[in-house]
Structure formats: C-alpha cells, structure tokens
Design a protein around this ligand. Structure first.
Ligand code: CU
Length: 460
C-alpha cells in the first residue's frame, strides 16, 4: 500500500519499523481512500507467509463498477509439506546445485486444489475473475479454456482491457479479468490452475502441477474440454498492458542499475544480491534512521552497506535497470508504490544456457503500473517511478528463499520530507523498545558514520 506519510504501517521489519514480538500487538491503519483493487496481507518475517500467514485483501470501488455482473475470487497458494525453517535447514545443507526435495501442493481459496469447488456461469453474464497469487516461490497459470479473458487490473491498478487466453502470475502478483459467459448452456467447462517454476527440475505429476475445477452452466450438460495446449495459449504479459488512466511514460532524470548476483556460500547456500552485498538487517529500522539523522539522512552510508540503500531526492524521476544474468526467474516487488514497467529484454546469455531468449519489448505510450514484475532468467527489466513524496521502499524478490538469502534493497526517498511530515506513533516506538531495539541513529544506532556493532556485510 502507498502508506503516504504513514510508512510505519508498511510492515517490513527493520525497514519501516520493528516486528510484532511474540505476545505483542500492533494496529495497522490502512487508508482505503488511496487505492482500490486486489492486494494481500502477509507476514514479512522469515518465511511466515510460506507457513500460512497470508490472506487476500481487496479494496472495492465505492460503487459497483459498470462492466460486469459478478465477481469470482481465486487466491492461490503453494503449500509445502515442511515448515519454512525445516526447508531452509535442508537447503543450507545441500551441496551446490542441489535444491531441497520440495514439490509443493496447491491451495485454491484456502483448500486442497484437488477438492476445489465448482463455479457457476449464467449464460451471457460478465464475471470479474480476480486472481491473487499469494505464492512463496512458484508461478501460477489460470485459464478457463473455451473462454477469452479481458485483463482489466494488475496489482491494484486499472488497465485498458487486454484480451488473453489466460493469466500468468509470479509470487505476489494480482490480476483481474472479465470473462463473458457463453450464451448457450449446452456445455460445462473447466477452469485450470497450473503451478510451475523454472528453478526446480520438472517431475511428472509434481511439477508442473495441474488442477481444475468445474465451470457449471447446466448441471445436466456434458463438459467440453477444448484441445488447446498451454504452449498455444496467449498469456497475459504485463509489458503488453496499458494503464487505464493514460498516464504517460515518466521522464528519467537518473538511472540506477541493479545486477542480480548469485553465489553459493559455505555449505552451498545460494545467496542473491542486487549488486554487491547480500541484504542483512540493520540494528535500527531504516525509517527511524532517515527520521533522526538530519541532513546526513541523504548520505546512503548511514544506512549501512548491507541495507543496500539508495537515497533519491524529491523531484527526481528514477529508472531502475534490473539485470538478471542468472538462471532463475524472480518477481521484483517494490513496497509503497507502483512503478511503470517500460522495457523487458534479453541479456544475451540465454542461448548459451539452452534457453530461448526473452523478446525485447518496450511499453506503449501509457505503460502499465505494477508493484511486482516478473524478471525472467537471462533478461532485464526497466522500471520507472517519480519521487513526488517522501517514502521508504523495500525492494525485494518475492520468492521467500531469495529474499531471505539477500535479494533486497532499500530506497530512501526524500528523507527531508519524511522528517517534516512523519510523526511516529507511540505504538511503533513501543514495539521496538520491547525488543531492546534503538529507535534513533544510524544503522548501528550510533552517531554520524560510526557503524561499530553492525554485523559485517556479506559481499558477493
Ligand atoms: Cu528471486
């Protein structure tokens, strides 16, 4: 959520505040007047979302929008048979190149994907199908073969309708699409949910995993299953979308380059970074450093090298080029905003790895805005956003293991405006005090550039 001047409600531990310690409580205040659309709530601390602390969060328009009759929600989860902690322990003991014996099942609307309930279509009616990927690691595809989908929303932002055969969602992504029911009720159909990923070896029946549920027009009718393979279908690709409000391409006054690096440390533990350091928690939440360091808050050094902090100023218009020369797909999520996805392209090393290169594509004049973009292996994306207020934005891959193993960065935007407008609620301060966490000073809780006591940054 944007959390304009209420960054302390963002919920990213040690970035915008302290975590909720066992036995403690904290009240989040969400201004529902700033955004509408599909979101989700999830624990942002060490795999909690993967262990189940995740729920859809939908802000409806004040008035029922014209354009559809009913809404049908699907929220999708990858569901492991181990806890995140056990999985990470297994991960950490493996030799390089080996992934844990982890093939998840799928929950559709909170229940076993094999037991999924049917949905009902009334001939001629228009349905808004809302799909929320609350995934921790895997990608999802959703389709209703025999029906086209008009995508009208991505990550809470309204889009000009884009016709596709199905939706493709990385961890954290959300889409809405209009599906018009056929006029005839001669047949029933199926909706399909597929779980897939490029980071684990395919295994028959386990990956990719296919689930389906009935689309009932008439309970006495036979089910029609159109013979179209997933490879023949057109999947929703964010770079093909145009934003509904026709906001033009933002200008660029400064380009920042992040190159994702991957290296195995110790017992083959893969670490990931944007640029040179694996993210590691600071000793003072980054927001509190920005609020208490005066003019030094503009100097990225005070946030510590392992917070990978980039300070940007009011009035700047930022482009981030994110290179992924590695073998794994990621979803790049930025908190507190949506950004324009302006370009997607190949890095040139795909063929050497026996993979087809990602096609070079630039956005149209009205680029789609998102908060979570897919970044495929051997490719890059360019995203843009204006600095029109103060905010602290955690940037991270939305795959839990990647995020917990370093793939995060921090954007501190206009700290002068944060200092002017933010008044920390006592509750946010108490949450830190309860855990003995300092609420002022640099990343180490010291003055100026003295980072004594901060754990060493892990260089990659
Ligand atoms: Cu990732």
């Amino acid at each position: 959520m944007y959390q304009i001047n209420t960054d302390y409600y963002d919920g990213a531990p040690m970035v915008t505040g302290c975590s909720i310690a066992p036995g403690a409580s904290f009240t989040y205040v969400i201004n529902t007047g700033q955004q509408v659309g599909s979101f989700w709530i999830h624990g942002h601390y060490y795999g909690h979302l993967e262990d189940g602390l995740r729920a859809p969060f939908i802000i409806h328009e004040k008035q029922h929008p014209i354009g559809y009759d009913e809404e049908i929600l699907f929220y999708l989860e990858d569901w492991a048979q181990q806890t995140f902690e056990d999985r990470m322990a297994e991960y950490d003991q493996k030799t390089p190149g080996h992934l844990p014996s982890f093939y998840p099942t799928v929950l559709i609307n909170g229940i076993d994907g094999n037991l999924t309930r049917p949905i009902t279509f009334v001939p001629g009616k228009k349905y808004r199908i809302r799909v929320i990927s609350m995934s921790a690691s895997f990608w999802f595809r959703f389709s209703i073969p025999g029906h086209k989908m008009q995508v009208i929303e991505a990550d809470g932002i309204a889009a000009k309708p884009l016709e596709v055969d199905g939706l493709d969602l990385g961890p954290g992504q959300r889409r809405s699409a209009i599906v018009t029911a056929h006029n005839s009720h001669a047949f029933n159909y199926l909706y399909n949910v597929t779980l897939y990923a490029n980071f684990a070896n395919p295994f028959p029946g386990l990956l990719p995993r296919h689930y389906s549920g009935s689309v009932i027009y008439n309970s006495a009718a036979p089910t029609k299953v159109p013979t179209i393979s997933q490879g023949q279908m057109v999947w929703c690709n964010a770079i093909d979308m145009q934003v509904q409000d026709q906001s033009p391409l933002y200008p660029v006054t400064r380009q920042i380059v992040w190159t994702i690096k991957e290296r195995s440390l110790g017992h083959g533990i893969p670490y990931y970074t944007f640029n040179d350091f694996a993210y590691n928690q600071t000793k003072v939440p980054t927001l509190f450093t920005a609020l208490t360091m005066g003019k030094l808050a503009f100097n990225s050094s005070v946030y510590g090298p392992q917070s990978q902090t980039f300070v940007v100023k009011y009035g700047e218009s930022i482009e981030i080029l994110i290179n992924n020369p590695g073998t794994k797909d990621h979803t790049i999520h930025l908190h507190m905003m949506d950004y324009q996805l302006v370009e997607v392209g190949p890095l040139g090393n795909a063929e050497a790895n026996n993979k087809p290169p990602v096609k070079l594509q630039k956005s149209g004049p009205y680029p789609m805005r998102l908060d979570s973009a897919t970044l495929r292996a051997f490719s890059y994306i360019k995203i843009r956003f204006p600095v029109n207020r103060g905010f602290i934005a955690l940037a991270h891959c939305h795959l839990e293991t990647h995020m917990e193993h370093g793939l995060r960065a921090t954007i501190v935007a206009a700290p002068d405006l944060l200092q002017k407008h933010i008044r920390l609620p006592q509750e946010a301060i108490d949450l830190c005090k309860l855990q003995g966490i300092s609420v002022s000073g640099n990343a180490a809780g010291n003055q100026r550039f003295d980072l004594d006591g901060l754990p060493p940054a892990i260089p990659i």
